[in-house]
Design a binder for this molecule. Structure first.
Ligand code: SAM
Ligand code: SF4
Length: 349
């Protein structure tokens, strides 16, 4: 597989340009806690799909239930995050909706004083069933991963998933106020590159955000061993512009994630690109991650982790927990390497 080497990102806009009241106008870097805005909380490494770019069909060692942080423990970590002004929480996995009683976690997080935006990333399979309860519990919005609009391809890419269930999930999220659901599309040369312009055209009809993600060569997957599937951001964008016209920069949401956001001419929706491989955005990265077994992690690609489960069991050590965030953020790399050795699903994508 050919992957462009990371290029320099010096001079990239700081996330502090965003209207974050808690932050001063003083520029702070990714290794400063004041620049961190979001904690991505992975609640499980398990999943009801086996996407061919994310994990192998079998042979993964799943975490036993007792290894997962309980909801109560996750809330302790969230409280420590809030202490540092990290207000937004994104629930992810594995597939977060397979974890039992996830609505309860949303209720508990929403009840925390100072809690900001609460969002969830899901494959959408169970969303139709849960969307209204999640909204009622205080979830603000969802992102749904959807890499193709062709049912047979969807089955191949996910190893058996039903596209119609995901589309129903998106409709349910939109209907109950969790939308318009953002759509994440991982682009693969021989599987869905021919669909990117069609996905982008979705933004001409609705005020939805569709984000195209470069394939990241993490750990084990069929796509990684096949090779040749990586498509750089510039090529994806060029295809879209050929069909929709030139893209112009669009305002990002407050606390924007890593995506660069654009609009096609006349479109109510937005098109985002997550180009972690061809143009890493480490300089503007504003997130930390909590893995399902309780490790605070500085970067998807970097092994820098602090074990916070040890600070929760048998007793909660609140002061040490708060310090763990300081220890973790200094591990944030200035520029990440091209690959990692843990599955995306076991870190929290
Ligand atoms: N199961 C949920 C889902 O699919 O949305 C949440 C977890 S998943 C790991 C989070 C995101 O990571 C999804 O949008 C998925 O498409 C993306 N992802 C997984 N493996 C990837 C890879 N190797 N390269 C790029 N994106 C990947
Ligand atoms: Fe599961 Fe999400 Fe990975 Fe697909 S991308 S296998 S849905 S965790």
């Amino acid at each position: 597989m050919s992957i462009a080497l990371p290029i320099a990102v010096a001079g990239a806009a700081s996330p502090l340009a965003e209207p974050a009241a808690r932050l001063s106008s003083e520029a702070v870097g990714p290794r400063d806690l004041r620049s961190v805005r979001t904690l991505r909380i992975s609640v499980t490494d398990h999943c009801n799909l086996r996407c061919i770019y994310c994990m192998p069909e079998e042979g993964l060692a799943w975490l036993p239930r007792e290894a997962l942080l309980s909801y109560e423990e996750i809330v302790h970590v969230a409280r420590a995050a809030l202490h540092h002004g990290i207000r937004d929480f994104k629930i992810t996995g594995g597939e977060p909706l397979v974890r039992r009683d996830l609505v309860e976690l949303v209720t508990r997080l929403r009840a925390l004083p100072g809690c900001g935006e609460l969002s969830l990333t899901t494959n959408g399979l169970l969303l139709a069933r849960l969307a209204a309860d999640l909204r009622h519990a205080g979830l603000d919005r969802v992102t749904v991963s959807l890499d193709t609009l062709q049912p047979h391809r969807f089955r191949e890419l996910t190893r058996g998933g039903e596209l119609s269930a995901v589309l129903e999930g998106i409709a349910a999220a939109d209907a109950c106020g969790l939308g318009p659901a953002k759509i994440n599309v991982v682009v693969l040369r021989d599987y869905n590159l021919d669909e990117v312009a069609g996905f982008a055209a979705w933004t001409l009809r609705e005020p939805r955000t569709v984000r195209f993600i470069e394939f990241m060569p993490l750990a084990r997957s069929r796509v990684l061993s096949e090779g040749g599937q990586f498509v750089p951001y510039a090529e994806i964008r060029e295809r879209i512009e050929r069909r929709l016209g030139p893209l112009t920069p669009a305002p990002a949401d407050a606390g924007f994630g890593p995506a660069q956001v654009f609009r096609a001419p006349g479109a109510p929706g937005r098109i985002g690109f997550i180009h972690a491989m061809s143009a890493p955005f480490c300089a503007t990265c504003n997130r930390l991650r909590l893995t399902p077994e309780g490790r605070l992690r500085s970067c998807l690609f970097d092994a820098g982790e602090v074990d916070v489960r040890a600070l929760l069991r048998p007793d909660v050590r609140a002061e040490r927990l708060r310090r763990a965030f300081v220890e973790c953020v200094v591990m944030k790399p200035e520029l990440h390497g091209p690959a990692g050795d843990r599955q995306m699903s076991s870190i929290g994508g």
